[in-house]
Design a protein around this ligand. Structure first.
Ligand code: SAH
Length: 270
């Protein structure tokens, strides 16, 4: 067999399993669902099909429905974009095409945005936070729009009361990676997805601070020792050390978080 052919076969079998995970679970009514409007539905579940999120998808703790924007496109070429009104570089996703995709996605979902948020991944959006992930995880599901090109016609964002969410102050070529990041952060907060529930309570951001550094075996590695307090077995001392480390690292790296932590609700602090 020619190497090119065997590559083709490999890639087919690699995409078949995720498709099964996405579609063959009609009995899972009620599980948190992400509907993702994208020009690249084959990019899903992507990394979400791996590890804990993948196992949870398989078990039906959450569901994923990629929606191919192209099928709503116009004409022979199923066009979804056009030049920016007023001129300028690049192409913009059309309001009418995205509107049809959103109407399709709305089937069987509540109109209340608190129960079913619609998010457009965009560098112009509010920066993604742990608080947002918590809010999204408490909804019944959500619809995500992955942009491409120069973005999306503003009228569709306004008309559907769409939230814009950014992964950070940088620009990617499309919203698919951002959507997967948002879904990952959200799905891991759904009960049962992580083996150890306590781990979401102690980690970065949950109390407004970054997490303390972590160590594991061996106790001495290339001459570097783990902090002795962690080997002391004294849990009071360990907690105190970790809290102090959390505060120090937050102060150094994230003055914005530190400022909020020290000025916000005093009940937040230990
Ligand atoms: N012209 C736009 C950038 C378009 S990038 C601007 O200057 O704001 C193309 C698409 O990639 C966007 O529509 C969005 O869906 C996605 N994208 C790029 N960077 C992103 C980020 N930091 N966070 C979330 N989505 C992003």
């Amino acid at each position: 067999m020619k190497p090119t052919k065997s590559h083709g076969r490999l890639s087919i079998s690699a995409t078949l399993k995720p498709r099964e995970l996405m579609t063959d679970k009609p009995e899972l009514q009620g599980a948190w669902m992400a509907k993702v409007i994208t020009l690249f539905p084959q990019a899903f579940p992507g990394v979400l099909g791996q590890s804990l999120t993948g196992k949870a998808l398989d078990k039906g703790l959450w569901q994923l429905q990629p929606i191919d924007l192209r099928q709503f496109g116009e004409g022979k070429h199923r066009n979804v974009d056009d030049t920016p009104t007023g001129g300028g570089a690049g192409m913009v996703l059309r309001a009418d095409i995205m509107g049809d995709a959103l109407d399709h996605a709305a089937h069987g979902t509540p109109d209340d945005r608190a129960e079913w948020p619609i998010v457009f991944l965009s560098p112009r959006g509010k920066p993604m936070t742990q608080k947002m992930a918590q809010r999204f995880s408490k909804a019944r599901g959500m619809t995500l729009i992955c942009g491409r090109f120069e973005g999306l016609d503003q009228r569709v964002i306004d008309h559907y009361a769409i939230e814009e969410v950014s992964l950070g102050d940088f620009v990617m070529t499309g919203g698919e990676i951002a959507a997967q990041a948002l879904i990952d952060a959200t799905v891991r907060l759904i009960p049962g997805v992580l083996g150890n529930e306590a781990s979401t309570e102690e980690e970065s951001f949950s109390d407004g601070l970054l997490e303390h550094p972590q160590f594991t075996k061996p106790p001495v590695w290339r001459g570097h020792e783990v902090p002795p307090v962690l080997l002391s077995g004294n849990h009071g001392a360990i907690d105190k050390w970790r809290q102090a480390q959390s505060e120090q690292v937050t102060k150094e790296r994230r003055p914005d978080l530190w400022n909020a932590y020290t000025t916000d609700d005093p009940g937040n602090k230990q």
